[in-house]
Design a protein around this ligand. Sequence first.
Ligand code: ZN
Length: 439
Amino acid sequence: MPKKAPKNAFYFFMVDFREEQRKKGINYGKMNEVADAAGPFWRDATPAIKAKYEQIAKQEKEKNNIPDKKYTSTGIPLSEIERQEKELREAVEAELKDIKNLVKLKSFNGEIINEDFYIMDVNYYCKVGSGYLIGESTILRFNLQDGIHEIYHEIVNPGYIPVGYASDVKYFSNELGLDMPDESGRSNYMQILANTIDYLKKKDRNSKILPPIFVMPDKILPVQDFIQQMCYRAGEDIALFRVYRLDSLFFTLINAIKTRPDEGFPKESLAIQQLKKDMFKYTPGVGCSHHEESDKAIECTASRVKRQAYTILDSCCPVVGIEPQPGKHLPADYHMESILIYKEQKRGRLAPSVANARDVACSSIASDSFFDQSTLNSTSDSIKKEQRTYTPLRMPKTDYSLKLRQAPELTETNFPTLSAGHGRGRGLAGSFNKLKLNK
Ligand SMILES: [Zn+2]
């Protein structure tokens, strides 16, 4: 038998078989002779006997600590995959709990309307292994009472292109309206991290913990990676940062502040649907100066975080009775017609009875000529909601319906230093430094 191989049930059967035969005066030489003789007896053995020897083999295996490992096709132990999945599940649960605690606590004593929330978005040139080559980043602060505050925006220049990624980087810089990475103008990641922490602490200078950063689900990994790259260079602890899903916040927030059963979202998926609808997509002038000069303003991270905040404010402000103001809760030059309809709906919504609501609606309609006559007799909330229009202020010059090309998935051999298990903070930053420049 090969050395160290775990012994199976038949082996232990043979041991007993040989011993019994020896007592009868029959002696065998090597184990293969025993195997030949014992084979037919093993085949005919009852299930109970077989089970007995299976049990012995199992106990022996455990005694010798031979792991019963199963592997995926890529050679990763299944137990490791299960452990990672469990960790991920626990992280998601902890995240939701954290968001709920924050929102519920503040809703309970009415502070929620002044609670600041932070939204972040990044643009990346390409995915390199498990890392991302970031090209732009924006963080935005908002609260329900005051709407959007000033943002923190950075055009990020990673300085070089990893070997083999030149065409990807070129493609995405064009798609996203970014300049190609440039060796001479490389961004100071430590400075960006300092600015980020400074921005997150603006409201509470003495706070030891940073507020969570809310991000659209598809940008969670790039944002986490960007923070990790910065933390690695600055020797900062990445555990300072909590990167959470924006749709989870939206869902929790609106359901915490709602006062009527028909408000809020019955399902969490409705929050992400609302955000993805991106009703303020064509708002002009909300991008950074770099993007506003190009025809890719829609892809600007500054524009995106503002649109996301507008979407949340647009849904949540009426629920807590806050009048949305253009420039704060809505884009500065938001289509006035839509705002008037919006106001109309709000008044209708807050009216105590159907009859009353109709009175309010009619009295204001008299002075608003744009209002369609067919709505005069309607007091239904659902119909009113449909009347609310979001006229695009500017149509895109390019077709954005085309999905962005996915960056190729790479293995360790393509990008050797980005292997899993190098520990957090080690992956990308360290690897890029070791790579030769592609120019
Ligand atoms: Zn931009």
